[in-house]
Write a protein that binds this ligand. Sequence first.
Ligand SMILES: Cc1cc2nc3c(=O)[nH]c(=O)nc-3n(C[C@H](O)[C@H](O)[C@H](O)COP(=O)(O)OP(=O)(O)OC[C@H]3O[C@@H](n4cnc5c(N)ncnc54)[C@H](O)[C@@H]3O)c2cc1C
Length: 241
Amino acid sequence: MHVATHAMVFARTSGEDGDAKGITCFIVPADAPGVKIEEWLWTFNMPTDHPRVSFTDVWLPEDSYWGEVDRGLGLGQSFVHQNRIRQAASSLGAAVYCIEESVKYARARKPFGKPLSDNQAIQWPLVELATQTEMLRLLIRKTAWQMDRMDHKAVERTLSDKVSMCNYWANRLVCEAADRAMQIHGGIGYSRHKPFEHIYRHHRRYRITEGAEEIQMRKVAAFLFGYMGPRKAEFAKAPAA
Ligand SMILES: Cc1cc2nc3c(=O)[nH]c(=O)nc-3n(C[C@H](O)[C@H](O)[C@H](O)COP(=O)(O)OP(=O)(O)OC[C@H]3O[C@@H](n4cnc5c(N)ncnc54)[C@H](O)[C@@H]3O)c2cc1C
């Protein structure tokens, strides 16, 4: 908000709480009378440009909305997919960095004359993290490749669960990798002379924003159990038990 000229405000214009239909995206000038920045929030990642904003009796011209009235959710979902896979790739890269730096440090650091890397207690957690990064990289690349070959609506209908899988797993993984890197680097790892605490703080927010991890898992569950997605029709045909 410290640089925004306009805010995209998603507000309910019809229906009930929880209905997918009935949300409209309004384009609100940031300096419109009634738009107020109440406070700048301190977050885990230090002071940020994220404020709490209030809207009181804000007047807008009739055509100041984006897309269609009552169809704002689809609009939002068309860009969350792009950002969810982007977050996943970014978290994966940061996780790999934490692992690689830890390997280098563990080989170089020799407390009591013996490299840290000789210890399986140091090796194995990194092995598990490295294994997960390899698997995740493949899923992210495959999903991104598929996304490039379909429009937003098809992504939402057929691929949304895979985007969510990439997102929540990568965002968790980077937090684990940063935490492990801090541990392997000992006291210096906890300091700001190494980037791991910053990586942790930065990527920890991805487990909340752009759909918290529970929301990603909810999407995966909906596809898995056939409440949404390609299996919906299949489950609808199945005879009741
Ligand atoms: C640093 C930062 C930047 C942000 N930037 C933006 C931005 O640019 N644009 C924007 O629109 N928003 C932004 N947000 C807001 C963000 O999108 C929300 O905080 C996020 O979607 C979670 O919503 P909430 O805070 O209302 O939590 P709630 O919806 O109240 O959820 C609280 C907790 O309950 C869990 N939960 C909710 N429903 C369920 C369920 N059915 N089952 C299980 N668990 C559930 C959630 O996963 C979460 O862990 C930002 C937030 C932060 C912290």
